[in-house]
Design a protein around this ligand. Structure first.
Ligand code: FAD
Ligand code: NAP
Length: 523
């Protein structure tokens, strides 16, 4: 899938320039933007050179198309002629050429597995890789030889787990009363919480996903009869039992739960599971600054979803007929000032703080969505783990621009849930005073909670600015990031434009902080 702006393959550092979207990009020639590409794909031009014919491609054939003026790439078993796309690739031609004439799946997945190349490159599809039969030695079991018969370039859909992993595989059962259907998932894990359970029930299809570390267990069923209203999710945390209760539309006896769908009863790595989207209603849009808005989205009633601190979701829009996907980090509706209790917000809503770029493809389209309209929101993703915070005594948050968004939940979570916490310091980099997000709330919080301190640094201040100015630097960080006592447990989070984050991490290392003490938010 080619989502858009984020490039499918990374560019060499010498050529990179970083757009406000956060990813390193190379400058593209005029007339080579994503929008221009979308226009070209709609022009009816024969982009594959095969006059609309689809063909089976052998490995030898693929390997022949390895030049800039004739470049085919295989992604997940499908071959694309990317020659016409070369000049439009935000990561540059050289990056695309790394996969020329070969299987680029791994390279692609390393950068952005969520990028919608299928939609973006659909007019470049040459065909599928031909099946390469392997004559299996007699002693190899049929299951194994089946597995080897995969199409070239295709990753196994479901990784087969070893025996010990199988013992940890969750299982499920179901029962009914006159009016209810209850699905019980035995996760075989202690300490399950609401964030580990994602349930959707739409058009009588039930999808219940259980997150167990970096694995995902799925119950996915086309229900035998209609259900109605909300879905109730009950988690017995200590014993790891999850109950999903549905209301029958008609009080009839169900002979079976329903048809098993593709991912049903699988336990695979999270990263091997496709992203699932549900449509959320835009409830409100409020101004945070001159260019940044707080969007409130309402989840469907039949969805159970909590986005953990430090994780993001993907939003999906169809722009000029092409599916475009971008990541955003949910925040809270406001910074809670009473931090004695974990903040309780209505879980039916997701809040996003989004900067609208005047030339931004996705944010311009987003800005035109009206209250009451719907937008597709994915399951959460991200490699931040709350447990990283739990033992910290000094927490330092370094944010630039909308890189502030992951800090919102972290801040609230640290101040309410981390008992050993002594200090939280936020250093917030912006261009001008008008760009500072939630300045008032941050200052209020600093007054209210003596553990919290905030410092604003401006790179383009007005003359009357008396605060700190400049950009992230070694001297600034050496002054700011200091242990409150010798040997205190420190944790540092950093988020902003990619070069800001990369530079910041380097300075922190120069100051002697270890990799384990630093979490950098990146795509
Ligand atoms: P784009 O079309 O990507 O363009 C943005 C700007 O860059 C424009 O000014 C454009 O002219 C320029 N540009 C685009 N392509 C190029 C190019 N190839 N060369 C040079 N310049 C170019 N943003 C938020 O506001 N809030 C969040 O909570 C948030 N969370 C994020 C979480 C993650 C994990 C990541 C990776 C990013 C997050 N972002 C967030 C950024 C967000 O995903 C988008 O990148 C951002 O909204 C811009 O998208 P856009 O399509 O509107 O802009
Ligand atoms: P911005 O307003 O352009 O910049 C904010 C501050 O960072 C400014 O002071 C700016 O200084 C400085 N800065 C920019 N580039 C720098 C660099 N190379 N080195 C040092 N300082 C630099 O920021 P924005 O438009 O809000 O963008 C925020 C970024 O955060 C986006 O790229 C977004 O993708 C990213 N983000 C990532 C995540 C995540 O990964 N989880 C979450 C949210 C946001 P100047 O005056 O020099 O520009």
């Amino acid at each position: 899938m080619l989502n858009v702006p984020p490039q499918a393959f990374p560019a060499p550092r010498s050529q990179q320039r970083v757009a406000a979207g956060g990813r390193a990009k190379v400058p593209l020639k005029p007339g080579r933007s994503l929008m221009d590409w979308i226009r070209l794909t709609k022009s009816g031009k024969d982009l594959t050179g095969l006059k609309g014919r689809l063909t089976e491609v052998t490995e030898d054939e693929l390997a022949k198309h390895n030049k800039k003026e004739d470049c085919w790439i295989c992604i997940r078993g499908f071959v694309y002629n990317v020659t016409p796309y070369m000049e439009y690739h935000p990561g540059g031609e050289d990056e695309l050429m790394k996969a020329a004439g070969t299987d680029g799946t791994d390279l692609f997945d390393q950068v952005h597995r969520w990028v919608n190349y299928e939609s973006m490159l659909k007019e470049c599809l040459v065909g599928r890789m031909a099946v390469k039969p392997i004559s299996a030695p007699k002693e190899i079991s049929s299951a194994l030889s089946e597995e080897k018969k995969q199409l070239n370039g295709m990753l196994p859909e479901k990784k087969i787990l070893g025996a010990s992993a199988k013992d940890l595989t969750p299982s499920y059962d179901w029962f009914q009363t006159d009016s209810l259907i209850t699905i019980v998932i035995y996760t075989k894990q202690k300490d399950m919480n609401a964030e580990s359970v994602i349930v959707d029930c739409q058009d009588n299809q039930l999808r219940g996903e259980i997150i167990v570390d970096d694995h995902s267990y799925l119950v996915e069923i086309g229900l035998d009869h209609a259900v109605q209203g909300d879905v109730a999710v009950n988690i017995a945390e200590k014993i790891g039992k999850v109950e999903i209760t549905l209301k029958k539309k008609d009080n009839i006896h169900w002979k079976m739960l329903g048809q098993h769908l593709e991912g049903h009863n699988t336990f695979i790595k999270r990263t091997d599971r496709g992203l699932f989207y549900r449509k959320c209603k835009l409830i409100s849009k409020t101004e945070v600054t001159h260019d940044t808005k707080l969007l409130c989205l309402m989840l469907p009633k039949s969805t159970h979803l909590h986005v953990p601190a430090g994780q993001h979701v993907y939003l999906k829009q169809i722009i000029a007929g092409t599916e475009v996907v971008k990541p955003y980090t949910p925040v809270l509706p406001f910074l809670p000032l009473d931090l004695k209790e974990p903040s309780r917000h209505d879980d039916a809503y997701i809040y996003l703080m989004i900067k609208i770029y005047s030339c931004g493809l996705f944010t311009q389209a987003l800005d035109h969505i009206q209250i009451g309209d719907y937008i597709s929101v994915s399951n959460p993703e991200g490699n931040f783990k709350k447990s990283q915070l739990q033992t910290s005594e000094d927490l330092f948050l370094l944010a630039a621009g909308t890189g502030f968004t992951p800090m919102v939940k972290l801040l609230s979570c640290a101040l309410t849930e981390v008992s050993c916490l002594r200090t939280v310091k936020l250093i917030f980099f912006n261009k001008t005073e008008d760009d500072i997000l939630w300045r008032n709330q941050l200052e209020q919080l600093a007054l209210k909670d003596e553990r919290f301190e905030v410092q604003f640094v401006l790179s383009q201040p007005a003359k009357d600015w008396v605060g700190k100015q400049g950009k992230i630097s070694l001297s600034l960080l050496s002054e700011f990031v200091k242990r409150s006592k010798k040997d205190s447990e420190v944790f540092i989070c950093i988020c902003g434009p990619t070069p800001f984050t990369e530079q910041g991490v380097q300075y922190l290392k120069d100051l002697g902080y270890s990799q384990e003490e630093i979490h950098a938010f990146t795509a």
